[in-house]
Design a protein around this ligand. Structure first.
Ligand SMILES: Nc1nc(=O)c2c([nH]1)NC[C@@H]1CN(c3ccc(C(=O)N[C@@H](CCC(=O)O)C(=O)O)cc3)C=[N+]21
Length: 293
């Protein structure tokens, strides 16, 4: 068996086409959604990601607001920029690109973001609402990567109800939040969160209907760990040295041989990454729609 591909690039393009429609409706009503980015320092990777977000915005008609700041900016100066975007009516949602330099108190910065403008969906207030609000529709921004993982499966016709999902990795952006979403009534999955302290990771993985690999450990999940026919999503990103060229390349958490036993796999790159970016845009559009309602 060769697994079918969960095509994140094509699915993100589909979502962006829908968002473009919603943006034009907003524009007709006099509202232009605007995404702000705050980037500190000159890390080439971070610059590249932020540039990609602004390209995405242009594609769907969202305005871009960009604040590029020096690496030695003080805590107080950075807080002032966050406050400025909180108060800027043209900015309907924004992100503070992570990681921030070590002299900055990251948690204090993220908590300062207006929860209504939290495009990442990672503000403590919004994560708290996700946990507390079990039975009503959620009307606050949701974390982009968990939402992207779920959307990627649903839009490929994969049913989540009653499925055993095993998540690998307890990071804030994926592991901690995705169970709160997947166990909501509308999805009704059963979720196990595994991590570096898990005793029998292989035992958990082997009984999973769906594996969400978000540990950031290259090649962690291999064919031997996967039940035949399982769905495997590769979320982790790490840099490894290519054995042939010696160059640094991006590697996912899922080994290539998994495609021989799984029913579906998400490629990496080309899977969850583009979905994360599309859902970021969706958060910005939804914030603008809510502000208008
Ligand atoms: N406040 C904040 N929010 C974030 O969402 C955030 C962040 N900080 N800091 C860094 C990480 C990383 N991240 C990625 C999103 C998409 C791709 C993506 O689309 N990747 C492409 C490939 C890109 C390539 O070729 O390198 C893909 O998977 O196909 C990658 C990485 C968001 N992050």
């Amino acid at each position: 068996m060769t697994a079918k591909i969960l095509d994140g690039k094509a699915t993100a393009a589909e979502i962006k086409a829908e968002l473009k429609e919603r943006v034009s409706v907003l524009r007709e009503r006099g509202v232009v959604p605007g995404l702000g980015t705050i980037l500190v320092g000159d890390d080439p990777g971070s610059q590249w990601y932020v540039a990609g977000k602004h390209r995405d915005c242009a594609e769907v008609g969202i305005a871009s607001i960009r604040r590029d700041l020096p690496a030695d900016i003080s805590q107080a100066e950075l807080e002032a920029v966050v406050e400025e975007l909180n108060d800027d009516p043209d900015c309907t949602g924004f992100i503070v690109q992570l990681p921030l330099p070590p002299h900055i108190d990251t948690d204090a910065i993220l908590e300062l973001v207006d929860p209504a403008k939290d495009a990442d969906g990672l503000h403590p207030t919004n994560l708290g609402r996700l946990v507390l609000n079990v039975n009503r529709p959620i009307t606050t921004p949701l974390p982009c990567t968990p939402r992207g993982v779920i959307d990627l499966m649903l839009r490929h016709g994969i049913d989540l109800k009653g499925k055993d999902v095993v998540v690998v990795g307890r990071g804030v952006t994926v592991g901690r939040a995705i169970g709160s979403l997947l166990t909501r009534r509308e999805f009704n999955a059963t979720v196990t969160l595994t991590h570096t302290g898990t005793v029998d990771l292989d035992g958990h993985l082997r009984r999973a209907d769906i594996i969400v690999a978000a540990a950031g450990v290259a090649g962690l999940v291999t064919a031997d760990n996967v039940k035949p026919g399982a769905v495997v999503l590769d979320v982790g990103v790490s840099r490894v040295e290519d054995p042939v060229t010696g160059k640094s390349v991006v590697a996912g958490d899922v080994a290539a041989d998994v495609a021989e036993v799984a029913s579906w796999v998400s490629p990496n790159p080309g899977g969850v990454g583009p979905m994360t970016r599309a859902l970021l845009l969706q958060n910005v559009v939804e914030s603008a729609e809510r502000a208008l309602a």
